[in-house]
Design a protein around this ligand. Sequence first.
Ligand SMILES: Nc1nc2c(ncn2[C@@H]2O[C@H](COP(=O)(O)OP(=O)(O)OP(=O)(O)O)[C@@H](O)[C@H]2O)c(=O)[nH]1
Ligand SMILES: [Mg+2]
Length: 248
Amino acid sequence: MLSVKDVYDIGKYLGLWKECSEYLQKKKKRILVLGASGAGKTKFIDSVTDPFSEHLAHHQRTIAVEKRRASVEGSPFIMIDTPGQVYDEAIRKEAIRDAMKIGVEGIINVVCYGYHEADEGDRNTAISPTKTRVGNPAYLKERRNVELALLSEWVPLLSGKETRWVLTLVSKADLWWPECEQVEAYYGQGEYAAKLLDLKKIHSVTSYCSVISAFYGTRTSGYFGDPERAQVRKHLLESMIRLTGVER
Ligand SMILES: Nc1nc2c(ncn2[C@@H]2O[C@H](COP(=O)(O)OP(=O)(O)OP(=O)(O)O)[C@@H](O)[C@H]2O)c(=O)[nH]1
Ligand SMILES: [Mg+2]
């Protein structure tokens, strides 16, 4: 199997630059990344692009659709980042319709059990009043309701369209790791899974962590370190390759 660089070099050598670049364009797998504001979509894409992304500058809210190139185990992907803020619904819907017209390999639905660090969330109500918890349960529940509402926004737009897979990426594992079983069950079963309607057949759930970072500058769960982060990242990249059926 030729690598992207091989195709590049051969194309240049044979003067078939146009043909090779068209071939490479087709090889690029497009992934649409959806999720609420502050769920961690942009950080997730950063972490795929660069495993040491925590060293990058603090990220700001995404306000327009951004296409990002990423190499996953040597294969070229295009990740379509979308704005998650509630009032960006129109931009998001347009991005979904555009992406579906051209076609996407799959959807990565970024959630985080409600640990959204968003401008539209209130820091004071988000942080837990007790030291035994990371987030305030009432805030987390309210933000999980925002995640549910978002499903009702994009699931109907995808229904009947050609999507090969939907992967719910439960990010910020550093914050909720002690509740791992409960978190995975929440997204894989019950009301959440039911709202995926016919997409449920192609849906899977995976735990993730883009960066280990204190929730609103307060604390993490303390039960998730760099080895765990490397492990979930490796698992995610393998899943992307497997789901997409990229030849290696
Ligand atoms: N603890 C922790 N914090 C994270 C993680 N991923 C992202 N964050 C933090 O969550 C905040 C929001 O992350 P973004 O990636 O900007 O969120 P987004 O989904 O792109 O938000 P919008 O652009 O508003 O739609 C940032 O302050 C990040 O540092 C993670 O894995 N763990
Ligand atoms: Mg963003």
